[in-house]
Structure formats: structure tokens, C-alpha cells
Design a protein around this ligand. Structure first.
Ligand SMILES: [Zn+2]
Length: 243
């Protein structure tokens, strides 16, 4: 096939635009943030489950503390009633019985108050653990939101690049002669359609061409459409080719 050097350069431009279109298409379909966003969603699930456990432990401590407070009130009420009865009685035996009970109640109250202190400390720790977990979840959410927004921007940018390159490609393709364009399209459908020969290397496949192949290329005229012996793409020769 024969084609002017200018037309062959257009085909090279097509190859470059096709590569850009393919890169932009990949970028808009696979924003790099996606994997991290997915990992954050999984992390948040784990964190939420942990928070549920921590909230349960805090509720347990609250319930236990309320029960202790009510026990202390009962002991106090009982002691108040005993004290009243003690003040009112003139029966020595009854007075002794009440005093014994009051002593037992005082002991019981002291035990309850010790336990109360322990539970209050546990509750304090549980509150801190819940607050820390909520802060960690907020951080995960914030990072997820930031990355999602970044991913959206990246997709929008890649889409704009894709649209621009697709428009440019159509404009370039309309200037390429039909037979050369058909050949290029056929080759591009299965790989690289055209490559520049630069310093004896095909930029379609990055192979350095052998001496015999280079000799064959030297025999070709400027308007001969030649193919890379390695990858089969249209090989475009310029002053940089090293022939
Ligand atoms: Zn090649």
C-alpha cells in the first residue's frame, strides 16, 4: 500500500489518541480510590460491631450501678426505721436485736459502697472506650467521604479526557485516506495499530529491529506503507528512525 508521509503521520497520531482514550477509559472505570473506599467500608463494619459490644458493656455497668443505688436506699431505709424503733423501745432485748441489725446494715452498706466505686470506675472506662470508638468511626467516615469525593473528581476528569480525545480522534480519522484508515483500524482492533520507528526501535512493541529488517526498510520508498516485522503494526519512518 502507498500513502503519503503526512498521512502516515496522521495514523501515528491516531495511535497516540487511541492509547490516550484507552488510558482515560481505564481510569474512569477504575478510580484508584475504589479499593481504599471498599476497605474503609469493611473497616467501619468491624468498628460498628465493636461499638455495639462496648455500648453493651456500658449499659451493663449502668444497670449494675442503678441496682446498687437501689440496694443502698433499701439499706438506708431499713436503718432509719431501726433507728426510730430503737429510740422508741424500752425493751432491752429488742434494743440489742436492733443494734445488732444496725451494725450488720452498716457493714452491708460499706460493702455496697465499695462495689459502687468499682462499678463507677468501670463505667468511666466504658464511657471512654465508647467515645474513642465513636471518634475512630468518625475518622473512618471522614476518610471514606474524602476519598469518595476524590474518586468522583478523578472519574469526571478521566471522562472529560476521554471525551476530548475521542473528539480529536474523530477529527484526525476523517483526514486519513479510507484504505489506510481501514488497515489501521484492523490492526488496532487486535493491538497497536501504528508505531514510530525511533532509533531502530518500533515504538509499537519496543523491539529493536534486526539488521536485515532495517535493510529491507531502507529499500522502501517514503510513501510505502511498511509494517513492523515484530508486531505487525504500521511502522512510520521519520528522520529519527536511524535508517
Ligand atoms: Zn513493532
Amino acid at each position: 500500500m502507498k500513502s503519503s508521509h503526512a498521512d502516515q503521520l496522521l495514523v501515528l497520531e491516531l495511535a497516540s489518541l487511541d492509547a490516550a482514550i484507552s488510558r482515560a477509559d481505564h481510569a474512569r472505570r477504575n478510580p484508584e480510590q475504589t479499593a481504599r473506599v471498599q476497605a474503609l467500608l469493611t473497616q467501619r463494619q468491624t468498628q460498628s460491631a465493636e461499638l455495639t459490644t462496648l455500648l453493651g458493656a456500658r449499659d451493663d455497668a449502668r444497670v449494675e450501678l442503678a441496682r446498687l443505688e437501689s440496694d443502698v436506699s433499701l439499706v438506708d431505709a431499713r436503718a432509719a426505721r431501726d433507728n426510730e424503733r430503737l429510740a422508741a423501745t424500752s425493751n432491752v432485748k429488742e434494743a440489742q436485736g436492733l443494734e445488732r441489725e444496725l451494725a450488720a446494715l452498716a457493714g452491708r452498706k460499706s460493702d455496697l459502697e465499695d462495689t459502687q466505686l468499682e462499678i463507677m470506675e468501670r463505667l468511666e472506662n466504658a464511657d471512654a472506650a465508647v467515645a474513642a470508638q465513636e471518634a475512630a468511626i468518625a475518622e473512618t467516615n471522614a476518610e471514606g467521604a474524602r476519598l469518595s469525593a476524590e474518586g468522583k473528581d478523578a472519574v469526571a476528569a478521566a471522562t472529560a479526557t476521554w471525551e476530548g480525545a475521542t473528539r480529536d480522534r474523530a477529527a484526525v480519522a476523517s483526514r486519513v485516506p479510507a484504505d489506510l484508515l481501514a488497515l489501521y483500524e484492523r490492526l488496532a482492533a487486535r493491538g497497536v495499530g501504528a508505531g514510530l520507528l525511533r532509533r531502530r526501535t518500533c515504538e509499537g512493541c519496543h523491539m529493536v529491529l534486526a539488521g536485515t529488517d532495517l535493510n529491507a526498510l531502507r529499500q522502501a520508498t517514503e510513501d510505502d506503507v511498511v509494517m513492523c516485522p515484530e508486531c505487525g503494526c504500521i511502522l512510520v519512518r521519520t528522520d529519527e528512525s536511524g535508517l
